[in-house]
Design a protein around this ligand. Structure first.
Ligand SMILES: *[C@@H]1O[C@H](CO)[C@@H](O)[C@H](O)[C@H]1NC(C)=O
Ligand SMILES: *[C@@H]1O[C@H](CO)[C@@H](O)[C@H](O)[C@H]1NC(C)=O
Ligand SMILES: *[C@@H]1O[C@H](CO)[C@@H](O)[C@H](O)[C@H]1NC(C)=O
Ligand SMILES: *[C@@H]1O[C@H](CO)[C@@H](O)[C@H](O)[C@H]1NC(C)=O
Ligand SMILES: *[C@@H]1O[C@H](CO)[C@@H](O)[C@H](O)[C@H]1NC(C)=O
Ligand SMILES: *[C@@H]1O[C@H](CO)[C@@H](O)[C@H](O)[C@H]1NC(C)=O
Ligand SMILES: *[C@@H]1O[C@H](CO)[C@@H](O)[C@H](O)[C@H]1NC(C)=O
Length: 794
């Protein structure tokens, strides 16, 4: 049976053994009967005829109240089976049991009557005896007739031979009444009676008059819900007996195998055996809530706020909202009353009784409970809400429910919408991330080492959502457009934090496909230098790719350098700083970054200028990443910008850091001359810038290359050095060209001797033109003072 594992009766046991049975018993002299005039004081007991029971005064230690009661002689600490004065305790041990001259059995204290146990039983020979059944009887000795017996006035305990039931002839109604609490025998909330319901006899437990529990109809010697009467070997130890006659009915039991048989209606409304190995015989669950009909609990209308399965559990600890409680200090209120009060009040989340088991403390609020694992804190009954809802609701509640269904449907529809939408967004994002991961995983770039030595994959990639980019660029409005790059338009954007950015929107059809995009992404994480534009992140939307850079307010170098008005803003000092900055940026790419990077598309329009006109190399779309020990590679796909491309790259697809040096040389010549490498039409010469510079150099008037916009205010010595280095950089043979670190030391160290430049690339085909025009040039040269300057420089 489930009773053996039920914690509730262990609890009840604890309650009983810890409180009720701590009873002080004095040493006593044996008395077996009392006659009028006899007295029984607190140090005496009345023994039953066979010595099985005793009657005497006792106190309950917790309360220091004294009572007159009957107990099993062999179980002096056990449950008191009958109490003469449950509702009128003595406050000290001065009580006396006497039979007065009117034949009234009474308890007196210091000469005053405390309680009359019997009515006056006027007779000649009255004698009080305790029978060996535990029944205190007053007899007319001469007629041997019982005038009064305690079995007709039971308290909370049924002993073998006692009856529960009624006799319509004698108007007897034998019922048990529970104690108020484990330590207070006064009448409590529960009664046990035998009644006829639907033509069947049932035991009933009532709480304050209302039916609370039924045993089920008597059937074949068993009350269905008065269970667990079997011992551990499943032997039915209790013989139940129901006697039904025309004028009444009663129930009795016997348990000859048990030492101290009894059935007790406990103060909490359960029935259990009062003897040594107590078991609960009814109500495994401590309370009846009204939703369950099993276990004999009577179905009741549930309070609106409670549902099937809600229950109270005893827990050690405190409610978080401790102060949200009411105290009902009512000395005749018991645990069962408190449970009812809490159950029926929707705001109640828990309860307990006050210290001696009467009165209620009721907690309201949100019910948050802090459990004390040590169990030291006074236990409370805490409402535990069940998940299942109960189907027994009033009709009008259905209307509420119908209304309540529509609303949740709307709400859940809305929630579904949000969830689907969010899931879609998330899937989109995941797709983007996957895409980027795919991009950064080196598959199409097998010849390069995308991973660092420690195996770390590209990080620091910030992926912006398309919506974020849209908002930042004002939906890519035309006002925000900064220009059209090689691979698509560039827009200015503004982040919510005020930061300005440039968004390069790679056109879907542009040549910058995955490979170029991937390049830039990798470089985002790998290279960071003050002379390199920082890529802040990227954005992928469907098949469109966007790169987000830091914003350069002064656009690019070509915007200034090749404009007749704006070039005036770039004085020689500034131009030299720009050359130095580009050199540093390139050096970093070639040598000091974590990888060896060849930019492959260095040109004036790819040198951006920040607010202080500091140069920043941009556009890594064509850059190639080399392994540290790799210096040269060949590609079938020649990319770059005509005019800046080194000859070996343009013709054979071979590229190395020296191809960048070539481009840098061109850039230096452009910066000095303020002319585009490709357009020298203004001079009516079929020469490109290199050829022009080379001719001037050979003729010894290289200073003539100087941009007229620079005026006379310049360090001509340094300017000549720049031209010299520039020409070294554009030499035909890649091996002849200096490295970037050579370039930097050549520029920085004025005393360093420079090698004489060999003929630059793209010059040989121009010999004819050169011879044709040399005369004119010599003339022009002599007109200028360049020869003097050259002499001065030496
Ligand atoms: C109780 O009564 C007995 C017999 O009359 C007497 O000997 C005893 O002293 C009394 N005890 C008290 C505490 O009064
Ligand atoms: C003992 O208790 C009774 C009431 O139970 C009271 O009348 C009496 O005064 C008390 N005696 C002492 C000594 O306290
Ligand atoms: C006996 O008492 C119980 C409880 O007090 C009551 O419910 C029942 O109706 C009574 N029975 C009779 C026959 O009076
Ligand atoms: C007790 O045991 C008897 C047989 O020993 C069995 O018939 C009966 O159903 C059991 N009663 C309960 C309540 O388990
Ligand atoms: C009721 O009491 C009468 C008189 O004592 C008795 O004859 C009768 O048997 C009793 N009935 C029951 C059911 O106890
Ligand atoms: C105390 O509780 C009892 C039982 O619940 C009730 O009958 C009585 O009215 C209450 N008294 C007060 C003062 O609330
Ligand atoms: C129980 O305690 C309350 C106060 O907490 C008190 O008023 C009441 O009289 C006590 N009851 C008993 C029977 O001791």
């Amino acid at each position: 049976m489930k009773s053996s594992a039920n914690p509730i009766f262990i609890l009840i046991l604890t309650l009983f053994f810890s409180h009720t049975y701590l009873i002080n018993l004095p040493s006593v002299a044996a008395i077996t009967s009392m006659k009028p005039g006899d007295e029984l004081n607190h140090s005496q007991v009345l023994d039953s005829e066979g010595g099985k029971f005793k009657l005497g005064f006792f106190s309950i230690s917790q309360t220091n109240n004294y009572y007159l009661g009957i107990w099993y002689a062999g179980d002096p600490q056990g449950k008191k089976l009958w109490i003469a004065n449950p509702n009128t305790p003595l406050l000290n041990n001065s009580g006396l049991l006497t039979i007065d001259t009117t034949g009234t059995l009474k308890i007196t204290s210091e000469g005053k009557t405390v309680v009359n146990i019997t009515p006056p039983l006027l007779t000649g020979s009255l004698i009080a005896r305790l029978q060996d059944s535990g029944n205190l009887v007053l007899q007319d000795e001469t007629r041997n007739r019982n005038l009064w017996q305690s079995f007709d006035h039971p308290t909370d305990t049924l002993l073998p031979g006692m009856k529960i039931g009624y006799n319509l002839t004698t108007k007897q109604n034998w019922t048990l009444t529970s104690w108020l609490s484990s330590s207070i025998p006064a009448s409590g909330a529960f009664t046990l009676s035998l009644e006829s319901i639907e033509d069947a006899f049932q035991l009933l437990i009532r709480r304050r008059g209302e039916v609370y529990w039924t045993s089920g109809a008597w059937n074949n010697g068993i009350f269905p819900f008065l269970t667990a009467l079997n011992d551990s070997s499943n032997r039915y130890q209790y013989n139940l007996n129901l006697v039904s006659e025309k004028d009444g009915v009663y129930f009795q039991f016997d348990a000859p195998d048990r030492s101290f048989p009894s059935l007790v209606l406990n103060f909490n409304g359960a029935i259990f055996g009062g003897d040594e190995d107590s078991r609960v015989y009814a109500l495994y669950n401590e309370f009846c809530y009204g939703y369950e009909s099993q276990d004999g609990c009577v179905s009741n209308q549930l309070p609106e706020c409670r549902k099937d399965g809600d229950k109270f559990e005893q827990k050690s600890g405190d409610f978080i909202d401790r102060s949200n409680s009411n105290i009902y200090d009512n000395a005749s209120t018991s645990l069962g009353d408190c449970m009812k009060r809490c159950w029926e009040h929707c705001s109640c989340v828990g309860f307990t009784t006050t210290t001696n088991g009467t009165g209620c403390i009721i907690w309201n609020g949100n019910g948050e409970f802090q459990v004390d694992e040590s169990g030291d804190t006074v236990k409370k009954y805490v409402l535990v809400s069940s998940k299942s809802s109960n189907g027994k609701q009033k009709n009008w509640i259905w209307i509420v429910i119908v209304v309540a269904i529509v609303l949740p449907m709307l709400i859940s529809g809305f929630i579904c919408y949000i969830i689907v939408r969010r899931r879609k967004l998330r899937a989109e994002k995941r797709r983007e991330e996957e895409y980027i991961r795919e991009l950064t995983a080196s598959d199409s770039f097998n010849d390069t080492n995308l991973k660092e030595k420690d195996g770390r994959e590209v990080q620091d990639l910030k992926i912006f959502s398309f919506r974020f980019v849209l908002a930042a660029t004002n939906n890519f409005s035309s006002e925000n457009k900064l220009g059209e790059g090689g691979f698509g338009p560039v827009y200015k954007g503004k982040f919510p934090d005020g930061r300005e950015v440039a968004v390069k929107r790679l056109s879907r059809t542009s040549g910058q496909g995955l490979v170029e995009f991937k390049n830039e992404l990798i470089l985002i994480a790998k290279v960071q230098h003050t002379n390199l534009v920082r890529v802040l992140g990227c954005c992928i939307h469907e098949d469109e790719k966007m790169l987000i850079y830091e914003y350069m307010p002064n656009k690019s170098l070509d915007f200034f350098l090749f404009d007749p008005e704006r070039k005036k803003l770039l004085d020689w000092q500034k131009r030299y700083e720009i050359i130095e900055g580009i050199a540093q940026g390139l050096l970093y790419l070639h040598k000091y970054s974590r990888m060896r990077v060849i930019h492959r598309d260095l040109k004036a329009s790819n040198v951006l200028l920040d607010e202080n006109m500091n140069p920043k190399i941009a556009d890594f779309g064509m850059a190639r990443i080399f392994k540290q020990n790799e210096t040269e590679a060949v590609t079938a796909r020649v990319v770059g910008t005509y005019g800046y491309m080194a000859p070996e790259f343009a013709m054979e697809g071979a590229f190395s850091i020296k191809s960048d040096v070539f481009s840098f040389g061109i850039l230096m010549l452009e910066i000095v001359s303020g002319r585009r490498t490709t357009s020298l039409q203004q001079f009516d010469r079929p020469l490109n810038l290199i050829g022009y510079a080379w001719e001037l150099w050979k003729e010894g008037c290289a200073l003539e290359l100087k941009d007229p916009a620079l005026g006379d205010l310049c360090d001509t010595k340094l300017l000549l050095r720049v031209i010299h280095v520039g020409l070294l950089c554009v030499q035909e043979g890649a091996t002849d060209r200096p490295t970037m670190s050579d370039v930097i030391s050549m520029l920085g160290n004025e005393s360093m001797p420079l090698p004489t430049p060999k003929q630059p690339a793209f010059f040989t085909g121009r010999n004819e033109a050169e011879s044709n025009s040399s005369g004119i040039k010599a003339e022009q040269c002599s007109v200028n003072d360049c020869s003097i300057t050259v002499i001065e420089a030496r």
